[in-house]
Ligand binder design. Structure first.
Ligand SMILES: Cc1ncc(COP(=O)(O)O)c(C=O)c1O
Length: 466
């Protein structure tokens, strides 16, 4: 066991040191791709090495190329940090190494999913009796939920998808908001639904579906229909009016799916809940744990108000599997697309226990407060414009009303290393995106980062040809 002691001891010491260094280390990466290739590459090793040496050398070679994504000053994309209890539970997930598809052989992995499903349902105030699949992220949650949707709407049209497949079956329509996330289209593509079947309802200046236009789009066809609404636009954080979408679908057979990758977590907060009003009227919901719940990558959930369709779309049977009676317990394999799979429930369970409902609400509200503070600190400068209504944790910033200056400012911030964020294009204009989703972010992180952003913006004056 010496080797196990050495390698796990070394890893644990390094992990603590890495996490403690987040406060001061530059957030961006410190090595080029070529430097990393040189450090990590080489010929296929003919002989094995001592475990501790492998890990020590991996740390040394890889660390310069590690983005400090768990830092409280990482504001790129929409990236949560990782709560200590969730990281530890994630380590245990590897140590226990459960192939967590079946309740019988891996009952602790199965039970934590059951428990986490109920806790999360309650936190987000979703209807009782929903089912859940624990997947690797929101895109796969879309795929899982939309597979259930496809199954149900085709069945209503008299088509047995499980037996006859898609070919020769009824055409499916999918109605989305113009500013939906790209992963909705990607998940649909995986399900055999192409762009010609996707109809986009125009969006307003915040990226919200113009729901007043939805009835006309609905009325323009009569094929089996899925409608996708969004809570939390990836750029602006804006939320579609799900209650109005549900009203528009009243009396129709359309399936309502909600992309709540991060916006669904607003449901936990009494202060923010109005943004997601009506979400309980949807048929399915997709969200992430690796964003606002601050569980390490990768982790997402699909929830479904039609467990029968969900199970029919996902389940599998084989004589050698030890499957439970579905009436008595829940085999995870029946609710997600993977066959073999990681026991994803442990870190989610640990995160919810470490935070409690109170902690989840505080974390979500704190992120939003930090985002508003960014908007105030940056927007107070004359040449800085905040492009969005900061309703959640996303801020879009533009400098000198100029694309080149804005891009140069993003590049200068990334090079400076105080914080990290990225650029985007919002309604034809270059913008800097700031996303606050990490439990670690403090008021001081926001102040330091806002200062670094303004200094970067000042450094671009005169250096960019407008
Ligand atoms: C609104 C929205 N939907 C879906 C996704 C995809 O999530 P994931 O990367 O976990 O698959 C994202 C990711 O940022 C998102 O913001």
């Amino acid at each position: 066991m010496d080797s196990v002691n050495d390698v796990l001891g070394l890893t644990s010491d390094y992990a603590v040191q890495f996490l403690e260094s987040l406060e001061e280390r530059p957030v961006g990466v410190q090595a080029s791709i070529d430097e990393l290739r040189a450090a990590l590459g080489g010929p296929l090793p003919e002989h094995g090495l001592d475990d501790a040496q492998v890990v020590a050398e991996l740390i040394e070679a890889a660390e310069p190329g590690i983005m400090a994504m768990p830092s409280g000053r990482f504001f790129g994309f929409v990236i949560g940090g990782a709560l200590p209890a969730a990281v530890a539970a994630d380590w245990l997930t590897s140590v226990w190494d459960q192939n967590a598809g079946l309740m019988g052989p891996t009952p602790s992995a199965g039970v934590v999913e059951e428990v986490a499903l109920e806790w999360l349902r309650e936190v987000m105030q979703l209807p009782e009796g929903i089912s859940a699949g624990f997947v690797n992220g929101c895109q796969m949650a879309h795929m899982t939920a939309l597979a259930a949707a496809r199954h149900r709407i085709l069945e209503r049209a008299g088509w047995d998808l499980g037996r006859d497949g898609l070919h020769g079956g009824p055409r499916i329509r999918v109605i989305v908001g113009e500013e939906r996330h790209v992963t909705v289209d990607r998940a649909l593509r995986y399900l055999g639904i192409g762009t010609a079947q996707i109809e986009a309802v125009p969006a307003d200046e915040q990226g919200r579906m113009r729901v007043a236009l939805l009835p006309a789009v609905l009325a323009a066809g009569d094929a089996p229909t899925i409608v996708c609404a969004q809570l939390g636009n990836v750029n602006t954080g804006s939320c579609d009016d799900v209650a109005a979408v549900a009203d528009a679908l009243e009396g129709s057979d359309a399936w309502l799916h909600v992309d709540g990758a991060f916006g669904l977590w607003a449901a936990a907060s009494p202060r923010l809940r109005h943004l997601v009003a009506g979400l309980e009227r949807a048929d399915s919901w997709a969200t992430d744990a690796h964003k606002w719940l601050n569980v390490p990558y990768d982790s997402g959930m699909a929830f479904c108000a039609d467990p029968e369709a969900h199970r029919a779309a996902m389940s599998v049977q084989a004589s050698y599997l030890e499957q439970v009676d579905p009436g008595a317990a829940r085999d995870p394999i029946d609710w997600n697309p993977e066959f073999s799979r990681r026991a994803r429930g442990f870190p989610i369970y640990a995160a919810v226990r470490a935070l409690g409902r109170e902690g989840i609400v505080a974390m979500v509200e704190r992120s939003c407060r930090h985002a508003s503070r960014f908007a105030r600190l940056l927007g107070a400068e004359p040449a800085v414009e905040i492009l969005n209504d900061v309703v959640l944790n996303q801020v879009l910033v533009r400098f000198g009303d100029d694309d080149e200056r804005t891009k140069a400012t993003v590049a200068a911030v990334q090079a400076d290393g105080t914080c990290w964020l990225s650029g985007t294009v919002w309604q034809g204009k270059a913008a800097m995106r700031i996303s606050v989703s990490n439990w670690r972010t403090t008021d001081e992180d926001v102040e330091r980062s806002a200062g670094a952003i303004l200094a970067a913006a000042a450094s671009t004056v005169g250096s960019v040809a407008s």
